[in-house]
Design a protein around this ligand. Structure first.
Ligand SMILES: C[S@@+](CC[C@H](N)C(=O)[O-])C[C@H]1O[C@@H](n2cnc3c(N)ncnc32)[C@H](O)[C@@H]1O
Length: 445
């Protein structure tokens, strides 16, 4: 199969079956039948098309009398891929982009599709100058949305929450390509040793500024080539996520619950920091996801991780005051990590944001009941949406006078105003992330 066809099938899975682009791409690459050059082309085609989806659909909308959601998904994917090559890949000859798209429409589409694809793509080339993005002064949300590939509703929300200047910075941040971030498995190797090992192999490895275990790899070498991950010396985890285990501050001989744990990034970090005498229970509501926690723990050679199939909304009924520390890394809108999860921005709807705080509050309420007197409760999300963060915590604190916030202002050298950590890309140049630490009054018996 040629590379464009492989990319077509991946994009169809992402667009039609709601597949996550990073999972679809890594599974395809893992099959291992592409050389380096093909792999780069494939990755750029898939990730580029997903990233620019709104811009490509805006062009289709101008050229087709049929609305986007009335188009056959096969046709839509072929058009998006073709337009991406024409408008965003200057090294690809326009004729090649058109001809290959027409071939695919003949091969995978219904009667008439090839003619439609051919006409639309050739028209897009002829009428290229008509597709100028509206000026900022004319329509700021649409300008930012099309320039930096973010949904209009979200750009409007950012303008409302942070003002226009910050919104430009947020958009630029979320449209940039992140460096790969590793977390050193300090149970097996120190960060300095791992940095040396990576540098010796010619990789540009740099220590993260805040996470003591974090390492950034410039020029993403591809996970497949990272032997250190296969050897259990490190795993992939973004830097803000690495701060959560430090906020929890696990100690030897403790019982710890991570109530929304899969795939286990934070569970394994807590287990590594606490050492073998502390048991960390990684819980999740989905059985198949528990296997991910187990396999991550195994890969990192950690023996103190257990898994529990458990709904966090009811965990407090079963494990009342059983834990020294509890982490609630809540299911959230993920609006702080749009740079890493390319398709998320196109899946989320404004109305999703209303429902989440209800679930988050229920989980927090039940998880809090597991904390023993004097114990610690950490709540985190990977979003900068206040309704899912400080508002959830404030509401909880009003109902639970027995919990008090603990100042995280200086966690890992971050200097943050106020008791919580709220990382903002426009200020911190890190993904949007929230962490709160609460302590329950009283003493351990
Ligand atoms: C933000 S992710 C957790 C990421 C994880 N802490 C890590 O660092 O790898 C949220 C997790 O919560 C789980 N989840 C959602 N609703 C839940 C519930 N009611 N009870 C337990 N887990 C739940 C999801 O399956 C998902 O794995």
């Amino acid at each position: 199969m040629n590379v464009r066809e492989t990319a077509f099938h991946s994009l169809l899975t992402i667009c039609k079956d709601d597949g996550y682009s990073n999972i679809v791409v890594s599974r395809t690459i893992q099959k291992g039948d592409m050389n380096d050059r093909d792999r780069r082309f494939y990755t750029e085609l898939v990730y580029g098309t997903v990233r620019c989806l709104n811009y490509l659909d805006w062009i289709i909308g101008k050229l087709s009398s049929r609305t986007i959601n009335k188009l056959d998904p096969v046709c839509l994917v072929i058009l998006r891929m073709g337009l991406y090559q024409i408008f965003r890949m200057s090294k690809i000859p326009e004729s090649a982009a058109c001809n290959e798209a027409v071939k695919m429409a003949r091969r995978f589409g219904n009667r008439g599709m090839a003619g439609f694809v051919n006409a639309l793509l050739r028209n897009s080339i002829r009428r290229r100058l008509e597709f100028q993005i509206p000026d900022f002064s004319e329509n700021a949300p649409l300008h930012l949305s099309l320039t930096y590939h973010q949904p209009v509703w979200l750009v409007k929300k950012w303008i409302h929450d942070y003002g226009t200047d910050d919104t430009v910075r947020i958009c630029q941040y979320f449209d940039s390509i992140p460096d790969l971030c590793l977390r050193t498995n300090t149970q097996r190797i120190s960060r300095d040793e791992l940095l040396q090992q990576l540098s010796k192999r010619g990789l540009q490895a740099v220590a993260a500024s805040f996470s003591p275990e974090g390492i950034y790899l410039k020029d993403n070498p591809g996970i497949q080539s990272l032997q250190e991950i296969h050897d259990g010396l490190a795993l992939i985890q973004d830097e803000p996520s690495q701060l959560v285990a430090h906020a929890l501050d696990p100690q030897p001989h403790e019982v710890i619950f991570d109530v929304c744990a899969a795939p286990g990034g934070k569970t394994t970090h807590i287990a590594a920091l606490a050492g073998p005498d502390t048991t960390v229970y990684g819980c999740d509501i989905y059985e198949h996801k528990l296997k991910l926690i187990e396999s991550n723990a195994r890969a990192l050679h950690l023996t103190n991780v257990r898994t529990l199939l458990q709904d966090a909304c009811t965990i407090g009924d079963k494990y009342r005051e059983k834990a020294d520390r509890v982490l609630v890394d809540a299911p959230c809108s993920g609006l702080g990590v749009l740079r890493r999860k390319l398709d998320l921005r196109w899946r989320k709807r404004a109305e999703d944001l209303q429902k989440l705080p209800v679930l988050q509050s229920r989980i927090l309420e039940s998880a809090a009941a597991c904390v023993r007197p004097g114990g610690v409760l950490v709540y985190s999300t990977c979003t900068m949406n206040d309704g899912e963060n400080s508002q959830v915590i404030q509401q909880f604190l009003q109902a639970h006078q027995e919990f008090k916030t603990e100042n995280l202002g200086n966690l890992c050298g971050l200097s943050q105003p106020g008791p919580f950590i709220q990382l903002l890309p426009q200020k911190d140049e890190l993904d949007g992330f929230f962490i709160a630490r609460l302590r329950k009054e009283g003493h351990r018996d």
